[in-house]
Design a protein around this ligand. Structure first.
Ligand code: ATP
Ligand code: FE
Length: 353
């Protein structure tokens, strides 16, 4: 099946066309992403109003561009998929409304995709990975561990109780005087550290036996350490960056280790850890995760960055997987700011949607 996917739930406007073959292999026939980083950089974070407006301006055009790039007309599509949540509601509406219009005009079915399901299924853009697998999703908006058992069957094992991992990087970077998004800049600065363990930072949720995450205390500790420096030199900033990075990586790895144990109890098959989201690009984070996984006989899969940050190929793929199971949506389906993947789990995650 061949599906057009649209994504606009945060600060990337994206469209892609994906073909899902009967054997589970996939081909991305065309893809376009327009990042809004430069629109938001002056404000140090994503501004919802600016995001919504530029998504709305770009969506329709992006859809037509990928069709042209793939050399396909609407008749070649089996469905049109769009992220319907969770996310910034004004942004989510841009892709969903465009998809509704295109579905109505072309007579093709509409598929409303949960953005998190898109992330969860994204490794299938790389290889026809059989279910189940454990997903660690670590981005600017999400930090959660999901046992991915099938399309529409995902169990949340843990999530952040305050900040997302990406926010921990971004906020620490801000303290250190780095620009937004701060994660990549902080990683670069940390590479110059001479004493990466110089600043003792707290171990988050040290006595908590769950698979949840917490990063709020870390940001405060980084700020306190920075303020305690008289005249911070570049070397001090590099050491603090490395200490913060190490603390974030250690926390992510420790919690993921716990989740791997829980997951392995429930799933004798599927010894694969998938790490997605912008933070999974971080070297220290990767190394810490691989260590936890290897110790338990798990393979670690890092989808290429373009498929583990926000993208439309994962939305098109999730749409195709749903269509294959006969699942489509009515044109009246609403955009949702919040939309937990497994409504059964305790929802203490303000960022979960
Ligand atoms: P969403 O949460 O909706 O998926 P997002 O735009 O916040 O969207 P991503 O694009 O996946 O998420 O990730 C962005 C986050 O990842 C930012 O917080 C950024 O600082 C962080 N990040 C990116 N690269 C690195 C890196 N090398 N090291 C640490 N953090 C990084
Ligand atoms: Fe995302």
């Amino acid at each position: 099946v061949t599906v057009l996917g649209l994504e606009s739930s945060c600060d990337d406007s994206a469209a892609a066309i994906v073909r899902l073959n009967p054997d589970g292999s996939t081909q991305v026939l065309a893809e376009r992403v327009i990042n809004q980083n430069s629109d938001h950089a002056p404000f140090g974070g994503v501004v919802p109003e600016i995001a919504a407006r530029s998504h709305a301006e770009r969506m329709d055009h992006l859809a037509r561009e990928v069709l042209e790039e793939a050399g396909l007309g609407f008749d070649a599509l089996d469905a049109i998929a769009a992220t319907a949540g969770p996310g910034l509601i004004g942004g989510v509406m841009a892709a969903l409304m465009t998809a509704k219009g295109l579905a109505l005009g072309s007579g093709k079915p509409l598929i409303a995709v949960n953005h998190l399901e898109g992330h969860a299924l994204s490794p299938r853009l790389v290889e026809p990975l059989p279910f189940p697998w454990l997903l660690l999703l670590v981005s600017g908006g999400h930090t959660q561990l999901l046992s991915v058992e099938g399309v529409g069957h995902m169990t949340r094992l843990g999530s952040t109780i305050d900040d997302a991992a990406g926010e921990a990087f971004d906020k620490s970077a801000k303290v250190l005087g780095l620009g937004f998004p701060g994660g990549p800049a902080l990683e670069k600065l940390a590479a110059q550290a001479t004493d990466p363990s110089r600043f003792p930072l707290p171990r988050m949720l040290a006595h908590d036996k769950s698979c949840n995450f917490s990063f709020a205390g870390l940001k405060t500790a980084v700020k306190r350490s920075f303020d305690a420096l008289d005249a911070p030199a570049d070397a001090d900033r590099a050491d603090l960056a490395a200490s913060a990075q190490a603390a974030i990586a250690a926390h992510l790895a420790e919690r993921t280790g716990r989740a791997l144990d829980l997951y392995a109890e429930q799933n004798p098959q599927g010894r694969v850890l998938v790490a997605a989201g912008g933070v999974a690009a971080n070297r220290a984070v990767r190394e810490a995760l691989v260590k936890e996984a290897e110790a338990r006989g798990f393979r670690t899969l890092f989808p290429p960055l373009k498929y583990c940050t926000d993208n439309a190929a994962m939305i098109a793929l999730a749409g195709a997987e749903r269509l294959r199971l006969g699942i489509t949506d009515d044109l009246t389906v609403p955009a949702r700011a919040r939309w937990p993947l497994d409504s059964g789990a305790a929802s203490d995650d303000p960022l979960l949607g």
